[in-house]
Design a protein around this ligand. Sequence first.
Ligand SMILES: [Zn+2]
Length: 264
Amino acid sequence: MKNKIVDSHCHLDFDDYSNDLDTVIRNAKLNDVEYLLSISVNLEKFKTIHNITKKYKNIWCTTGIHPNNVQKNISDDQFESIIKQLKENINKPKVIGLGETGLDYFRESNNKINQIKLFEGHLEISSLTNKPVIVHTRNAESDTISILNNFTKKKNVRGLIHCFTSTKEMAEAALNVGFYISLSGVITFKNAKDLVDIVKYIPTDKLLVETDSPYLSPVPNRGKRNEPSNTKFTLEKLAEIKSTSVENMAKITTDNFFSLFKEI
Ligand SMILES: [Zn+2]
């Protein structure tokens, strides 16, 4: 295949790859997955991720705090210091986005107030720097929609909903505020019929593909450790859903990625 594929969301700093990261990255290339965006989930490991981007030309990263890593209690001083660190990180070379941030009431809802506060903090920095925000949302659709709607009424912000497995209302709301929608291996799962129906409705010029590796390995590798090379299976399924060739879908999703992450 001549068209290159982007894995727009992977976690290369996770311990799952501590023994064979070189091989994993080589394997991605061998499968035409040429560009990787490694996503931060906390501030503690930002340096590790950033070092990976320094070592490999084809890898970029983000800075952010996953909603499940948000503390229940954050003082005003701590909040200020988090925002300051995010602002410092985002200005470093090869750091092209904010996140992942957002809301997750599935695993944790007793830190709701701070999840919301930090989500808005990421949106604010994203808007200030014009770097896209990567949004995670799980069991929190209505709050996610109202925060995005309210924020975009006041300010410009660009971004995407990552690992989309949500409702049609969530997809519509994201598209209405100009966001992209990134699909993971979940679309290849047998029980993904409702999701596939929603994907049919999403315009192709708003779609990206990702692995969210090491999680969510697509069919036929379901259950095994996921890695960026598996983006091709998600892309194949997406091409099938959209009744086009894999080549064409690779070109479209890669072009979409570069339109969103303009600075690369
Ligand atoms: Zn993730």
